[in-house]
Write a protein that binds this ligand. Sequence first.
Ligand code: GRF
Length: 221
Amino acid sequence: MTRIAVLASGGGSNLQAILRHFDALGATAPGTVALVASDRAAAGALEKARTRGIAALHLPASGPAMALEQALDAHDIGLVVLAGYLRLVPAGVVRRWRGRLVNIHPALLPSFGGHGMYGHHVHDAVIASGVRVSGATVHFVDEVFDRGPIIAQWPVPVPLGDTAAALAERVLAVEHRIYPWCVAALARGEVRLGEDGRVVGALPFAFEEFMASSDAPFANS
Ligand code: GRF
């Protein structure tokens, strides 16, 4: 049973989606969320964790450099999941959890990623650029924001006249579908980072099947 830590700076809707997915898997869930940590005391994610009796830690950016690594060790964490976490993960954590540390980004990397590309900034840039497809990307984390090896991507169409707010909502709906599936696949060891830095294995679903499944966000559009 993989012990998972979720790091979040915001509302924690991806955390919620992961918890719901693992609840639904019941006894077959390959892991358990054992820790939620945030750089923001007021993060909704911490509140969500507390209401479920999950260890919830506020780790301010001004705190000791080793605090996150120590917390991950203390909770015996095997997989670290960033869900709207706005801080660069300390190098020591990246090194020790390499291949067991993932992020979701609300655009199709390597476009529209990197320092300062978070929240509405991403969707503003997508709309301003005029691209007609955006999406969500799940990737392993390395030392640079949004750069690590890509595990999975899903497209979200950007129609003419779209707004950043509307796009953000549609991308988030996709995130809530794909991230829990990817986290479960990682916890089961079905997908992993190979020695050569390439992603190996298989996701437990084919893209076409996933998009056509009854609760896929665009199944009826
Ligand atoms: C998501 O769009 C995620 O891709 C980004 O931050 C947002 C987090 O939302 N990195 P939430 O806190 O999970 O609701």
